[in-house]
Design a protein around this ligand. Structure first.
Ligand code: UD1
Length: 320
């Protein structure tokens, strides 16, 4: 489907960007990947770098001139680069804003000048905030809590605006708690990546709060597929939509499953204080993406975790 397409992936060395890059290359696209290497790792691009259709540049989305230069002859942009952490956005709101808002504006301005056919933007379920309505759907009032959520909200509003005023074909995908291979294990990473690493280090997972909070964990392969569908969609022009598994699970239940399925003995769940800016429940309605993109989730958290676990045992633990 992507044979002959010239694609720019921002955040290409990161978790989502690198998985997307590999799939685009396998479908015959020519890919330019950029990353400022703040969160990215070159190891994530080991496969891509063996492909003659891939070129990598270490650059930042805040560098407009470089973006303008690199977007010459590009058909589709997948904008995955971001300041990705909710807790860090509370410590550094200005930095979060400059990367996630001004950086996105740079992408849009360069894409407009270069007549890029399509821009797909990685937004986030954090734009909804802690509203009681569940599942979260695209027509509801947005009420982000963290600076991260506010920045994603602003950036997707720019996406819609650039469609309306300049006619750009933009689509924003609101990801719900993405997990899977290559997600970094750092204090600011997604909880599944943190817990799987702790489990295999024989450390107890620590739940912030009582474990009743719930999330709609979405496996990376579904997120990549949603991007590929959006990248070729005319119908999705100017649209914003949820990309989720469409099924919530409590953190308590998930953690118990993770410990059990990992087969590591002697672990118990510990509990710590609730994290600042945390929301209680998050669960996405995926009907809009189904209608517009024919997106369906092929994985639920359990089947996704099984696949992630196999990867972790065969790739990560073998290296240690
Ligand atoms: C949020 C955003 C998501 C965004 C992501 C980026 C929402 C609904 N989601 O996810 O869109 O892409 O941040 O970082 O706002 N937890 C523990 N122990 C740990 C780590 C986390 O209990 O060691 C808990 C958190 O307190 C939270 C849950 O696990 O309740 C999920 O946390 P995390 O994986 O960081 O994602 P969100 O904050 O939900």
């Amino acid at each position: 489907m992507y044979e002959g397409k010239r694609v720019l992936v921002t955040g290409a060395a990161g978790f989502i960007g690198s998985n997307l890059t590999d799939e685009l290359l396998s479908q015959g696209a020519t890919v330019i990947g950029i990353d400022n290497m703040f969160n990215g790792r070159m190891g994530n691009l080991a496969l891509a770098q063996k492909n003659p259709n891939f070129t990598f540049y270490k650059t930042d989305v805040r560098d407009y001139d470089r973006l303008l230069y690199l977007m010459k002859d590009i058909d589709i942009v997948f904008h995955e680069a971001a300041f990705t952490s909710v807790p860090q956005s509370i410590l550094m709101p200005e930095l979060c804003n400059s990367v996630n808002v001004s950086g996105t504006l740079n992408i849009l301005n360069a894409a407009r000048i270069r007549d890029v056919e399509k821009i797909v933007f990685a937004s986030s379920s954090s734009v909804y905030g802690d509203t009681p309505t569940l599942p979260k759907h695209e027509k509801m009032h947005l009420d982000p809590i963290s600076p991260y959520g506010v920045a994603k909200y602003a950036a997707e509003a720019y996406m819609v605006s650039y469609h309306r005023v300049y006619g750009l074909n933009t689509t924003s995908l609101r990801y719900f708690n993405v997990f899977g291979p290559r997600q970094k294990d750092s204090p600011y990473s997604g909880v599944i990546a943190i817990f799987i690493a702790r489990i295999f280090e024989h450390k107890n997972p620590v739940i912030f709060g009582d474990g009743t909070q719930s999330r709609d964990f979405t496996y990376i392969k579904d997120v990549v597929r949603a991007n590929l569908l959006a990248g070729l969609s005319q119908k999705a022009a100017g649209e914003v939509m949820n990309i989720a598994a469409g099924k919530p699970i409590s953190l308590q239940e998930l953690t118990e499953i993770m410990i059990r399925e990992s087969g590591v003995d002697g672990l118990k769940i510990e509990y710590g204080p609730i994290r600042k800016g945390d929301i209680l429940h998050s669960f996405g309605d995926i009907k809009k993406a189904q209608q517009i993109l024919s997106y369906t989730a092929e994985y639920d958290v359990i089947s996704g975790f099984q696949e992630y676990l196999n990867y972790y045992k065969t790739i990560i633990l073998q290296k240690q």
